[in-house]
Design a protein around this ligand. Structure first.
Ligand SMILES: [Zn+2]
Length: 273
């Protein structure tokens, strides 16, 4: 089911993980951001669009995580953009002979059988520094920053007052830091990303996170503060009263495992340095 969240902007939410696919209406068709997860959901989205007389003219993936780089043939063969880093990451993944088996292993077991991998990660990288998505529709500004994943980008649709945040500012997921690989500081990277989003927040009427519920202007700063408080708590030793960590929502218990895993990896990386 497509739900309008702003003029010419609609979302389609997955059941597992509450991924928000974002549809932006342009002159000749729509831009589709982070399409969704399962065969059924992607087909449902394609049908919803065709019932509205809309076709997809371009795609965009906010970052190179499995749940943001899927596609379905029914959505059409169109350019699927991402930042240069996002595309490079996906090229590397697909360059392994057994990439599909590895990708399948990483899927949540509940939907592993129903998640189509043929068109997984076929992202066209936009040259570094590209400021907007090349398409015939409202200007969609690409705001790349170092938080969460390589080449992660938020999108700002100024004319519509919409910020598409990718995997940040969620009401269901705590901030998930990028890998602790020793070459950079994922805590500081995340705080930089939050500052970048904060700088854009004032003109935003509708915030669409990668997962969870959409919120209005009155909640944008609170979401930023909540993410920042979580990252500070993680950095400072983990005392954390973030409601997302102990979610009462069925199915979201494992957010506390994400939190525990991050605490552990951070402690390990500190011991190693
Ligand atoms: Zn995600």
């Amino acid at each position: 089911m497509l739900t309008q969240v702003a003029e010419g902007v609609l979302i389609h939410q997955s059941e597992l993980l509450q991924n928000n696919a974002v549809v932006v209406q342009g002159q000749a068709g729509v831009l589709l951001v982070d399409p969704g997860l399962t065969d059924d959901e992607l087909t449902c989205l394609a049908n919803d669009l065709s019932e509205m007389g809309l076709s997809v003219v371009a795609g965009f993936s906010t970052h190179p995580d499995w749940d943001h780089v899927l596609w379905h043939a029914d959505l059409g063969e169109v350019p699927r953009y991402g930042t240069a880093r996002c595309a490079a990451d996906m090229r590397e993944v697909r360059s392994n002979a057994d990439w599909k088996a590895r990708a399948a292993e990483g899927l949540p077991p509940e939907i592993a059988e129903e998640t189509p991998l043929d068109l997984y990660g076929l992202i066209t990288g936009l040259p570094a520094g590209t400021v907007q998505i090349p398409w015939d529709g409202p200007e969609v500004r690409i705001v790349e920053h170092p938080a969460h994943a390589p080449g992660h980008a938020a999108l700002l649709i100024g004319e519509r007052g919409v910020l598409v945040a990718g995997d940040m500012l969620s009401d269901v997921f705590v901030p998930m830091l990028d890998d602790f690989n020793g070459t950079h500081d994922p805590v500081e990277d995340y705080l930089v990303g939050l500052r970048v989003l904060e700088d854009m927040a004032d003109g935003v009427d509708v915030l669409i996170p990668g997962h969870g519920s959409v919120c209005g202007a009155d909640q944008v700063h609170a979401r930023i503060e909540q993410d920042r408080a979580y990252v500070h708590a993680l950095r400072d030793g983990g005392v954390c009263d973030d409601p997302r960590v102990n979610s009462p929502q069925p199915g979201w218990e494992w957010v506390s495992d994400i939190h525990a895993g991050q605490l552990q990896r951070l402690a390990q990386s500190r011991r190693a340095s």
